[in-house]
Design a protein around this ligand. Structure first.
Ligand code: SF4
Length: 420
C-alpha cells in the first residue's frame, strides 16, 4: 500500500493525522500522488476559506489520480458529516470520528486489511520538535468560533497519556515539545485539577532529552500568578507565550465572548513581562468583527503600537454558520477588513524589523530544524519562535540538523535572522 498523505489546518489536526498514519504503519508514504494507490486528506473547516481549500485539495487530487482510493479525515467530515457524500462523490470514505486510531482502523477495514499493530505516531514534522495535544474541544464558546460545535466541550488528556507520548517522542530524538490544544490554559479543569497546566509542565520538565517546552494557544482568562511563575522558573519552558487576544475594544471583546476586558489584558501582559525576563509575546487579532467602527479599530492600532508584540498574526472576520456572531450584521465590508488587516501587519512588520535589528551581533541558542535545499542553508529557530508561524534563523549548510547551535547573528530582515 502506497499512501500519499496531505494535512491541512492547525498543529492539533496534524497530531491527529500523525496518529492515523501510525495506525497505517505498514503503508509506504510516497510524495507523489501518481505513485500512490491510497490518499488521505486531513482537512480543516473552521472558517469558510479553510473549508474551500479542503474541497479544492480533494478535487485536485482526484483529478491528478482518478484511480486513487481517497479518504478524508479532520474537521470537514466532522463539521458537515453525511452532507459531503453527495457533494464529493470522488471520496471513497469520510472519517467522521474524532478518534484518530479508530479512523486508521476504519481505513484498514475498508481496504479489507487486518487490524493494525499497537502504533506510535508517525511524525510529519522535522525531528527536533513535535506537537503534543493535551486536550480536545473547548468550553469558551467565543461567539465567532465553530470549533466547539466541531470538536465538542473541553476534555483534558490524562497526564499519564501525555507523559507516555512525551517519553516516546524523546526516545525518537525530539528535543522540543510544543503543547497544543484549543485552550491549553484550561488543562486539568475538567479533571478537578487546580493549576493543571503548571503541574503538567513540572512533570514534562523532568524528561531527559527534552530541552525546550513551548505552550501555544493560551487564553488570557486562563492565566494566573502560579502559571506565570511556573513559566518564569522552569528553565526548559521557553520564554515565549502565545496569547491570542483577538481584540482590545471592550465592546468588541464582550461581543466576541472573550471573558476579559482591555484592562485585564494590559495588567496580564505587564505582569508577564515583569516576571519573565526576555519574554517574547505572540498574539492573534481578528479584524472587521461586527460593530468594529473606526474608533474600535483605531484603539486596536494604538494598542499594537504601544505593546509592540514580538510576534503577531491578524485574520479577517468570517461570519460562520452555527456561531452566535452570525446573528449580528456583518457590517464591515470585505475591502475594509482587508485594509485593516494589512495596516496591522504593516505596523507589525516595522516592529518586527526593529526588534530583529537589535539582535545583530548577539550569540543566540538555536534549535536547527531542517536543511533548506533552495537556500543551501540550514534553518533553525530561537526559543522566541514557534515553527511555521514565527521567525527563522538562516544558518550555513554545514550546521548539523537536529541539534542546538550557538548562532552569531550577522544580519536581519523583517522575519528572518542570518547567522554564522
Ligand atoms: S478559545 Fe479558541 S477554540 Fe475556544 S471557542 Fe474561543 S476561539 Fe474557539
Amino acid at each position: 500500500m502506497k499512501i500519499y498523505p496531505v494535512s491541512l489546518g492547525c498543529p492539533k489536526n496534524a497530531v491527529d493525522f500523525e496518529i492515523i498514519l501510525g495506525g497505517l504503519e505498514d503503508f509506504e508514504i510516497v510524495d507523489n500522488i501518481r505513485q500512490a494507490n491510497i490518499c488521505l486528506v486531513n482537512t480543516c473547516a473552521f472558517i469558510e476559506s479553510a473549508t474551500q481549500e479542503s474541497i479544492d485539495t480533494i478535487l485536485e487530487i482526484s483529478q491528478e489520480n482518478p484511480n486513487v482510493k481517497l479518504f478524508v479525515s479532520g474537521c470537514l467530515p466532522q463539521r458537515y458529516g453525511k452532507e459531503l457524500i453527495d457533494l464529493l462523490p470522488e471520496v471513497d470514505l469520510f472519517l467522521t470520528c474524532q478518534n484518530p486510531r479508530q479512523a486508521a482502523e476504519q481505513i484498514r477495514s475498508f481496504l479489507g486489511l487486518p487490524e493494525g499493530k499497537e502504533s506510535y505516531r508517525r511524525p510529519l514534522t522535522p525531528l527536533p520538535y513535535a506537537y503534543v495535544k493535551i486536550s480536545e474541544g473547548c468550553d469558551n464558546r467565543c461567539s465567532y468560533c465553530t470549533i466547539p460545535s466541531i470538536k465538542g466541550g473541553f476534555r483534558s488528556r490524562s497526564q499519564e497519556k501525555i507523559l507516555q507520548t512525551a517519553y516516546q517522542l524523546a526516545d525518537q530524538g525530539v528535543r522540543e515539545l510544543i503543547l497544543v490544544a484549543q485552550d491549553t490554559t484550561s488543562y486539568g479543569k475538567d479533571l478537578g485539577v487546580k493549576n493543571g497546566l503548571a503541574k503538567l509542565l513540572n512533570v514534562l520538565h523532568r524528561i531527559k532529552g527534552i530541552e525546550w517546552i513551548r505552550i501555544m494557544y493560551t487564553h488570557p482568562a486562563g492565566w494566573d500568578d502560579y502559571l506565570i511563575d511556573a513559566v518564569a522558573e522552569m528553565d526548559k519552558v521557553v520564554k515565549y507565550i502565545d496569547l491570542p487576544i483577538q481584540h482590545v475594544s471592550d465592546s468588541i471583546l464582550e461581543r466576541m465572548g472573550r471573558r476579559v476586558t482591555r484592562k485585564q489584558i494590559e495588567v496580564l501582559i505587564e505582569k508577564m513581562r515583569e516576571r519573565i525576563p526576555m519574554l517574547a509575546l505572540r498574539t492573534s487579532l481578528i479584524l472587521g468583527f461586527p460593530g468594529e467602527g473606526h474608533d474600535e479599530f483605531n484603539e486596536l492600532v494604538e494598542f499594537v503600537e504601544k505593546q509592540k508584540f514580538d510576534r503577531l498574526g491578524a485574520f479577517e472576520y468570517s461570519a460562520e454558520e452555527g456561531t452566535r456572531a452570525l446573528n449580528w450584521t456583518d457590517d464591515v465590508t470585505q475591502r475594509t477588513k482587508t485594509e485593516r488587516r494589512n495596516m496591522i501587519m504593516e505596523l507589525q512588520a516595522d516592529i518586527s524589523a526593529f526588534k530583529n535589528q537589535s539582535l545583530i551581533g548577539q550569540k543566540l541558542l538555536v534549535l536547527v530544524d531542517q536543511y533548506d535545499r533552495d537556500r543551501n542553508s540550514t534553518i533553525g529557530r530561537t526559543q522566541w519562535d514557534a515553527p511555521e508561524i514565527d521567525n527563522t534563523v538562516i544558518l550555513p549548510e554545514t550546521v548539523q540538523v537536529g541539534r542546538f547551535y550557538r548562532a552569531e547573528i550577522q544580519s536581519a530582515d523583517v522575519y528572518d535572522l542570518y547567522a554564522i
